[in-house]
Write a protein that binds this ligand. Structure first.
Ligand code: 601
Length: 329
């Protein structure tokens, strides 16, 4: 068996990617953010305070004949950007891309931070990280993919995120036609719950790869490519108008400037992110100052290959072989 779901950028900056997920009987369809950087499936629900829930599509367990309360279980999660949510837990049928998991832990939010309240284009997250990262207590729950893996044709999924166009999450199969290059594989370290890996080097503007290990995570739930300062500086030294903007908390530059590409080595392949993909968006509507897709990871303590990097590739999240595959797109 397999599953295939379309995913769409949430806005003109490709801030997030939205995928429709069906929960319960009859089906309640919610727009969710697939997140390989976390391991909880949580949703805005009938239990979310009305003032926080306004504008969001809600899951109502009381209206689902297959919903069951997971008594005594609660959850609480905080993300890298300090956003957070918490609540209680149901089990219900969850269908993604035509593949159904009958008894999936659906974490219902009784509290959500302002970042989520304001982000009305999504009604929750689908964690696609490793089960060790699940935040349900007293008994951690499995992710949707972990529950599905044994029934899928192959225990893997792929992410094909695109700039301003529809992409896909495929489960149980690899559609190699989505890629231009060969898929290069490298070991994945799931011990922290993330899809951790090590890139072998980087280059700016098509130059020869500087060999240096960059350990980070492949995170569909993070917008930016976040790397060490020495690499960020090496890149922006090639962007004449680049400067650090305190209010924006990142490097900005003239939108009219042609940006160099940025490449990284992984699994024996080189993934090249075009300059266009590295110009994320004007800092404000109509501004001629643009915000960079590559920013520093110094304040986070972990390097994150977020959507800016993932958009340049077809990425294979191979649980069965504990490895990540990358192919140029
Ligand atoms: C506030 N929102 C929508 C978030 C979504 C995802 C994340 C995240 O760190 N994922 N790895 C943080 C915040």
């Amino acid at each position: 068996q397999t599953g295939s779901a379309n995913t769409n950028p949430s806005d003109s900056a490709d801030d997030e990617y939205i995928t429709s997920v069906s929960i319960g009987t009859p089906a309640q369809v919610l727009p969710l953010d697939f997140d390989t950087g976390s391991s909880d499936l949580w949703v805005f629900s009938s239990e979310t305070p009305k003032s926080s829930a306004s504008g969001h599509t809600l899951y109502s367990p009381s209206k689902s004949s297959t919903a069951k309360k997971l008594s005594g279980s609660t959850w609480s999660i905080e993300y890298g950007d300090k956003s957070s949510s918490s609540g209680d837990v149901y089990t219900d049928v969850v269908t993604i891309g035509g593949f159904s998991v009958k008894t999936q832990a659906v974490e219902s939010a009784t509290k959500v931070s302002t970042q989520f309240v304001q982000d009305t284009v999504i009604s929750g997250l689908v964690g696609l990280g490793f089960d060790v990262g699940n935040q349900v207590s007293p008994r951690p729950q499995k992710t949707w993919f972990s529950n599905a893996a044994n029934s899928l044709a192959e225990p893997l999924f792929t992410a094909d995120l695109r700039h301003q166009e529809t992409g896909s999450y495929n489960f149980g199969f690899i559609d190699t036609s989505l890629a231009k290059g060969t898929i290069g594989y490298t070991p994945a370290d799931g011990s922290e719950g993330y899809w951790g890996f090590t890139a072998t080097g980087y280059s700016v503007g098509g130059a020869k790869l500087n060999r240096n290990s960059i350990t980070g995570i492949a995170d569909t739930g993070t917008t930016l490519l976040l790397l060490p300062d020495n690499i960020v500086d090496a890149y922006y030294n090639n962007v004449e108008s680049a400067q650090y903007d305190d209010s924006q908390e990142g490097v900005v530059f003239d939108c009219s400037e042609d940006l160099p590409s940025f490449s990284f080595g992984v699994g024996g392949q080189t993934i090249t992110i075009s300059g266009d993909l590295l110009n994320l968006t004007p800092i404000e509507e109509g501004s001629s100052t643009c915000f960079g897709g590559l920013q520093s990871s110094a304040d986070i303590g972990i390097n994150i290959f977020g959507d800016v990097a993932l958009k340049a590739a077809l990425v294979v999240f191979d649980l069965g072989n504990e490895r990540l595959g990358w192919a140029q797109k």
